[in-house]
Write a protein that binds this ligand. Structure first.
Ligand SMILES: NC(=O)c1ccc[n+]([C@@H]2O[C@H](COP(=O)([O-])OP(=O)(O)OC[C@H]3O[C@@H](n4cnc5c(N)ncnc54)[C@H](O)[C@@H]3O)[C@@H](O)[C@H]2O)c1
Length: 240
């Protein structure tokens, strides 16, 4: 589980340990890791920046050794740095920062690429046949004003979900995406409350999703062997 020390990643990890799974939760935030480790003794928390090739290789090698074979990878880690490409505020033209663009791509897309490459290679080398890669996408995957970098990464994640599902099927590895609408986590706490309320009001079911609903969706993805190469939308019917 990447991004496993907070929000959805922590909820996913807790749900899966509750079902009897052994979970290794990777995250780059030391404070979140320490806090989560205090509360969730059954999860193995490891410090790892998924955008850093060396850290990914070392951590996947370690988990492979300790677990005896990785069966499921959830690419959940992501950053959100809302910005329009270009905007005019108070007569001044602002442009999207290149460093925010690069950092978003590094964590969200390169992180998904590196983790999947290493885990899929370990699955193919291993004694157990097959496995599952779950990519956490977003309702922003088809584009959303103000989210230039974030929506680009989520669209990219959807594309590699299809590509990898076709490339890896021969090794018995499924690849599935889950595209959340909204669920309250530390990530959404950075969205202005008024904007968030507007989104809630526009959601046809009249509320955001719960952590439990997302965790049970992940369980469904894990348990449903015929599901492959698709991105499930869990968003209460919201459309941008
Ligand atoms: N919360 C929502 O409403 C929502 C909506 C759509 C999609 N999502 C997606 O769900 C996933 C989880 O989001 P969340 O709301 O729980 O966010 P969150 O901010 O609560 O948790 C994300 C975690 O990822 C970690 N992380 C970020 N970059 C990392 C990196 N390079 N290496 C390792 N760890 C890294 C962070 O430290 C954090 O602990 C993300 O992929 C997000 O895009 C969330």
């Amino acid at each position: 589980m990447t991004g496993g020390a907070s929000g959805l990643g922590l909820a996913f990890s807790r749900h899966l340990t509750g079902l009897g799974a052994r979970v290794w939760a990777l995250d780059r935030d030391p404070k979140a890791l320490a806090a989560a480790a205090l509360e969730s003794k059954k999860i193995a928390f490891l410090a790892c920046d998924v955008g850093d090739e060396l850290q990914v290789v070392e951590n996947v090698t370690r988990i492979e050794r300790e677990s005896g074979g990785i069966t499921v990878l959830v690419n959940n880690a992501a950053v959100l740095m809302d910005q329009a490409l270009v905007s005019k505020v108070g007569g001044k033209v602002r442009t999207h920062s290149l460093s925010d663009w690069n950092e978003t791509l590094q964590s969200n897309l390169t992180g998904t690429f590196l983790m999947t490459r290493e885990v899929a290679a370990a699955m193919i080398r291993g004694k157990r046949r097959g496995g599952l890669i779950v990519n956490i996408s977003s309702i922003s995957r088809s584009g959303n004003p103000g989210q230039t970098a974030y929506s680009a990464t989520k669209g990219g994640i959807d594309a590699v979900t299809v590509t990898w599902s076709q490339e890896l099927a021969v090794y018995g590895i499924r690849v599935v995406g889950v595209a959340p609408g909204f669920v309250e986590t530390p990530m959404t706490s950075r969205i202005p409350p008024m904007f968030l309320e507007g989104l809630r009001a526009r959601t046809p079911v009249g509320r955001f999703g719960t952590l439990d609903e997302f965790a049970r969706t992940l369980q469904y993805v894990i348990e449903t062997d015929y599901l492959n190469g698709k991105v499930l939308e869990l968003d209460g019917g919201l459309r941008f």
